[in-house]
Design a protein around this ligand. Structure first.
Ligand code: SF4
Length: 503
């Protein structure tokens, strides 16, 4: 394990931008991507994949794509936008096949508008076409890309690390005349977080980094085939039965020969991203043997014990704060109530950030239930505070709706370090907890009180030991050593599905 200590800038408060909800950078961690794969020769694999992508839409809303293998070749349809925007009936009808992969992508600025960066990524190995979809972020992309360019004359169409993975797989597949060997050799070289699905015309391959930072699960379509998904909710929507996690360092192949699994590279200590548990994963998903809803409910219950306060009602910030509010209410005996309604269908894609819309601010996402809030002392549970601007607006929104007191309770410890594994948590100086005390943050967001869940409380709520999680953004200890240039935020490449980095 490597520990990267933060440098603490002495800036006073981070200036509140006009509106983080609508700005290009949302004021909370943003998810990396969702991947899915289906092997079902006698079924409509494109539609099954489409449904799976709908269930994984929360993991990325910038682009979506499906690639299908029909026994002879691989075809892909992808575009910018939500799953429902990208695919029409006719698109799915034109993707017949027996196996498929799908991808939803998250990205923050600029290149999110690049079609080339949308996935699945299509490439050729000699006469064979493969498609690849990736969730996560490599930390040695620049090095690998430079080697491929200078040593192998590789040329890149996109700015993603996924294309680097695809190029490596292609190179080593040709060298060893085997895709399995190509993936195995690639896994030995790439470092970072990755959950990858690949299809050829006749087989699916799925592989996960040796630390298991990003989730990847395997399911069975009874009598029909197999499915792989970032989360179990992607299996559920297809009617697939959850079999097991894809193990860290494991490669799975699914074809007419059935399911074949091998330990492609040695497994390291499992280091699942803790943010999956507190925020990213859907509450109905099961990760690390734990139902996400239950983990979040227990986090709220624990918060009630660690940070009690007198109040009239407990409410959560939708969606991830709701189970925690239920738990806090159960733990404290203070009634639970709904105080905010989420405007679910207002996507960033549709909002041009003009002045009028900026003035509407957080109201475009959340609308307070005035009758439930007015005259009440509120306990408000939320999953994290990144820059603090959204929490500040939220507190003001609740006060404007008549709350007499607002007590913020956060179901994670302060986020003081950035993420290097495909989660957009801002650079360190922009993280309010990296250079401010809890009292300063409370003052900034304007709450009557503010308390964070302890690291121990967060871990115990998941039912698994601390060693099984990456908690780098909470304590600066990362499972993989982060190269100095990357730590300084000087990555020369943009992640395929995470924090963009400047060229
Ligand atoms: S640093 Fe934080 S967000 Fe990134 S993988 Fe680790 S726990 Fe998840």
């Amino acid at each position: 394990m490597s520990t990267n200590q933060p440098s603490v800038p002495d800036a006073r408060f981070i200036s509140a931008t006009e509106d983080d909800v609508l700005s290009q950078r949302a004021d909370r961690p943003e998810e990396a991507c969702g991947v899915i794969a289906v092997y079902a020769p006698d079924e409509d694999v494109a539609r099954l994949t489409y449904f799976g992508l709908h269930a994984l839409q929360h993991r990325g809303q910038e682009s979506a794509g499906i690639a299908v293998g029909d026994g002879e070749t691989v075809m892909v349809t992808k575009d910018l936008g939500l799953v429902s925007q990208v695919f029409k009936e006719s698109d799915l009808d034109s993707l017949p096949g027996k196996l498929a992969i799908g991808h939803t992508r998250y990205s923050t600025t600029g290149s999110s508008t690049s079609w080339e960066n949308a996935q699945p990524h299509l490439s050729a190995i000699g006469h064979q076409v493969i498609a690849l979809a990736h969730n996560g972020n490599l930390v040695n992309t620049t090095e690998l890309r430079d080697q491929l360019k200078s040593g192998n004359g590789a040329r890149f169409r996109s700015t993603t690390d996924s294309e680097v993975i695809a190029t490596l797989v292609g190179h080593y597949t040709q060298e060893h005349s085997s895709i399995r060997a190509g993936i195995r050799e690639t896994m030995k070289l790439i470092r970072g977080a990755y959950a990858v699905v690949v299809i050829t015309e006749e087989a699916i391959y799925a592989f996960r980094d040796p630390y298991g930072i990003r989730p990847l699960v395997l399911g069975k379509l009874d009598g029909v085939g197999y499915a792989v998904s970032s989360e179990t909710c992607g299996l559920d929507i297809m009617g697939a039965e959850f079999l097991r996690d894809v193990a860290p360092g494991e490669m799975i192949r699914i074809s007419d020969k059935g399911l074949e699994a091998e330990q492609a590279v040695p497994a390291e200590q499992l280091s699942l991203c803790m943010f999956e548990m507190i925020y990213f994963a859907r509450p109905d998903s099961v990760l690390n043997d734990c139902t996400i809803y239950e983990a979040r409910r227990r986090m709220g219950e624990r918060l009630a014990a660690e940070a009690p306060v007198e109040a009239d009602m407990v409410m959560g910030v939708p969606d991830s704060g709701i189970p925690a509010a239920v738990g806090y209410a159960q733990g404290s005996g203070i009634p639970f109530g709904e105080g905010l309604v989420k405007n679910r269908y207002v996507g960033r894609t549709f909002i041009s950030p003009n002045d009028y819309l900026r003035q509407q601010g957080i109201r475009l996402k959340l609308n307070p239930l005035r009758h439930a809030i007015e005259g009440k002392r509120l306990i408000v549970t939320d999953d994290s505070i990144v820059r603090g601007n959204t929490s500040r607006k939220l507190v003001q929104l609740l006060r404007d709706a008549g709350a007499t007191e607002v007590h913020m309770r956060i179901t994670s410890p302060p986020v003081g370090w950035p993420c290097f594994f495909g989660i957009d948590t801002d650079s360190q100086e922009q993280l309010i907890a990296s250079n401010h005390s809890i009292e300063e943050i409370r003052e900034f967001i304007g709450a009557d009180s503010l308390a964070y869940l302890s690291e121990q409380g967060m871990v115990e709520s998941t039912g698994a030991p601390a060693e099984q999680y990456c908690m780098g953004c909470f304590n600066g200890t990362y499972p993989i050593e982060i190269p100095e240039a990357v730590r300084r935020g000087k990555l020369a490449l943009e992640s395929s599905c995470g924090t963009p980095k400047s060229e």
